[in-house]
Write a protein that binds this ligand. Structure first.
Ligand SMILES: [Zn+2]
Length: 704
């Protein structure tokens, strides 16, 4: 194609070629050709071009891309700074410099230049802003600033060109489903409306505008001036807190939000603001605990396993035959080290806790790795666990070469109350363990009421609640408790805790406040009045809480959903009933789960997929019922699965067999014997197992 002189210039300036780079066009084409294959030649050409054309942005940014690829960041930065001295507002040079600074010095040191690049580049070069924002999100994730991660990702989605948007949306959805991130941080937060007199309102609007394009430091600076003039305005402090949190300044954000909570009149808004401040405090709090890992060099692995197997405090975990990745290939065995010895007669209601997980690794000839044992435990327990292991292993473990345990993860101190692991005796079924966990949870909640907390001035929730002035703080600490429990895998109903503390029941959001469910802060979901929502809103509500995985909220959403035929159809009935069944299972309500399965069966339409759908349902129901190995419906269900599917799909038998063994229900294996003629799939061999495991189309239970 000949270059049309009136087409936009290839350098991306937006000017017509004739008035832009026409005189260096031939050289630019040459650079383009050389840049990948002969970077040194491209660099030489670019430098000589730059000597003649000092004002061409494309020459300097091309040179910078050659230099950064060679790792010459200092030179790259020097070139850009030099160019910007002559053209201080050139957006692409600014974006490029921001990129170099971010990569070499990190976000904190590069804030100024980044926000300047955002401000000058957002309109003309949104793709460049999107790219930078997604890189900042990655740095924020490593720094543990979740609110900043989400907001930078959302910014990059807003700014990205259409062809990049889907990939970024996936990244955002992936972040939003991360269970290790406290759930409110996985959703967006909204600025509060602020009322000011005309002149100040203009400044306020400016702050909102720069916030829209990710300039959270400039927004915070504008707001700091406003709060100086109106120090009693809670909404201002609230928004200032959000700007700071999005900018990755957590302690400063928490400070502003605490202040806002003191000043905001509306009780529920004040409580939610204080809860956010408390959650941010937890993120940066000094008091916490860690999961740590100790490694111990060992010898004669097979002899060691014999010793470990013989000890009543160590229980070997069943090996997973389908796990074939290289990482686990060296694993000789995995054990749970129990806090108390396991008696011969196990009392189902009094099972020992797991003190540590122990993994034994074989030697690996290819990497010349020696055999070793990894012990993973809470930092409080690691000493005891390591000592116990040495007791059992004796001379097979080398104690003198042992290194200091290394931290695997760190948790806020409040999580400790909800951090336990009960040894799982398989034949008792998952239902029994959910009951034990439930009891443990109730006891932990009781303890929580009595435990002094830094966010309540070192008083316990019970003590603090006696003073009515503390109600916002105490109400917020109940929300924080909900978030902490969710993070640890529990979603208890805290209504009783609230009423015992005299904290008012949160008032339902007014219908105008709940319009766009998808943009509602997650902390406000508990206040949605689901019966007043439109069908579309109920579907959005259900999708949103499913992504976040908050059991109580899912229950509320899906219970409303199934009452509404149109909404149910849009969500798909099967998905809704399965979601209800999952909730019922988690609540240990197997009767309710049965009803959900009956509803799900009714919703199966007679089409080409119906056989497969029914099969999935049957296997799923089986997996649920195996939670209680003495469930009376199990034999009949197994018999019907056998008669309906074993002949048509022989691999199914192996899936079922494995499921029975894994759930400690070997007493039910007899049910799989065909009533009449045997099929060739009836006999277990490792061969058939492989077949089942690799059969791609097969649905395997346990993944909701
Ligand atoms: Zn040009």
């Amino acid at each position: 194609m000949a270059h049309d002189p009136y087409a936009p210039c290839m350098c991306g300036s937006g000017k017509k070629l004739k008035f832009c780079c026409q005189d260096i066009l031939a050289d630019l084409v040459k650079v383009e050709k050389l840049i990948d294959s002969q970077p040194d030649a491209a660099e030489k050409l670019l430098r000589s071009l730059m000597a003649q054309h000092t004002d061409k942005e494309i020459l300097v940014t091309q040179l910078v891309s050659v230099l950064t690829r060679k790792g010459q960041f200092d030179d790259a930065r020097h070139q850009l700074v030099d160019f910007l001295r002559r053209h201080p507002d050139e957006p692409r040079a600014l974006l490029s410099l921001a990129d170099v600074c971010l990569a070499t010095e990190g976000f904190a040191a590069s804030r100024r230049i980044i926000h300047r690049a955002f401000q000058l580049g957002a309109r003309q070069f949104p793709a460049g802003v999107a790219m930078l924002a997604s890189q900042i999100a990655q740095q924020m994730a490593r720094a543990g600033c979740a609110m900043s991660v989400r907001e930078h990702l959302a910014l990059s989605v807003r700014m990205a060109p259409a062809e990049r948007r889907n990939a970024l949306l996936m990244q955002l959805a992936n972040f939003e489903s991360q269970r290790t991130v406290p759930y409110p941080f996985r959703g967006r937060f909204a600025l509060l409306p602020v009322e000011l007199d005309e002149e100040l309102q203009k400044e306020e609007q400016r702050a909102r505008k720069v916030s829209q394009i990710g300039c959270w430091e400039p927004a915070a600076i504008l707001y700091s001036r406003l709060v100086e003039k109106q120090p009693q305005n809670g909404a201002l402090w609230h928004n200032l807190g959000l700007f700071r949190a999005w900018d990755g300044r957590i302690p400063e954000a928490a400070e502003a939000l605490h202040k806002a909570a003191d000043l905001i009149d509306d009780f529920d808004t004040a409580v939610e603001t204080e809860a956010l401040a408390q959650l941010l405090d937890l993120e940066v709090g000094k008091d916490g605990y860690a999961v740590v890992q100790a490694s111990v060099p060992v010898e004669s692995v097979s002899q060691l396993l014999t010793s470990l197997d013989a000890d009543s405090r160590l229980v070997r975990m069943p090996a997973n035959p389908n796990d074939e990745n290289a990482e686990t290939a060296r694993v000789a065995a995995e054990y749970e080290l129990l806090a108390d010895p396991l008696p011969d007669e196990v009392d189902p209601d009094n099972l020992p806790d797991v003190l540590a997980d122990i993994t034994v690794y074989d030697a690996d000839e290819s990497s010349e790795a020696d055999p070793q044992v990894l012990i993973v435990a809470l930092d409080d327990d690691i000493k005891e666990a390591t000592a116990l292991f040495h007791d059992v292993a004796g001379d097979l473990a080398q104690s003198d070469e042992e290194s200091e345990p290394v931290p695997v993860s760190r948790m806020p101190q409040t999580c400790r109350l909800f951090d336990w692991k009960i040894h799982h005796a398989e034949h008792l079924g998952s239902s029994h363990f959910r009951k034990l966990d439930r009891q443990r949870l109730d006891a932990a909640l009781q303890q929580w009421l009595e435990l002094p907390s830094t966010s309540l001035g070192d008083e316990s929730p019970q003590q603090a609640a006696k003073d009515a002035n503390n109600l916002v703080k105490v109400g917020a600490s109940v929300i924080t408790l909900d978030v902490v429990c969710n993070r640890m895998g529990y979603d208890p109903d805290l209504a009783e805790i609230r009423s015992r503390l005299g904290v008012p029941v949160p008032s339902p959001l007014k219908s105008d406040e709940q319009q766009a469910i998808t943009s509602l802060p997650l902390l406000q979901f508990a206040r949605l009045a689901e019966s007043e929502l439109s069908d579309e809103q109920v579907v959005d509500f259900t999708n949103r809480v499913t992504l976040v995985r908050h059991l109580l909220l899912i229950e509320r959403a899906v219970t409303e959903l199934v009452k509404r035929p149109t909404a149910l159809e849009r969500f798909t009935p099967m998905r809704a009933h399965m979601l209800r069944a999952t909730v019922a299972r988690e609540k240990n309500d197997l009767k309710m789960a049965s009803e959900c399965f009956a509803d799900a069966r009714q919703s199966v339409t007679d089409d080409q997929d119906s056989f497969r759908t029914k099969l999935e349902l049957d296997i799923r129901e089986l997996s649920f019922r195996l939670d209680n190995p003495t469930d009376e419906e199990l034999p009949a269900l197994l018999a019907s699965i056998r008669d309906r599917y074993f002949v048509k799909i022989p691999e199914i038998e192996e899936v079922i067999r494995e499921e029975l063994v894994n759930s400690g229900c070997t007493h039910l294996l007899d049910q799989l014997q065909p009533a009449t003629t045997a099929t060739d799939g009836g006999l277990w061999t490792p061969e058939t197992e492989k077949k089942a495991a690799t059969s791609e189309k097969l649905w395997v239970p346990g993944q909701d």
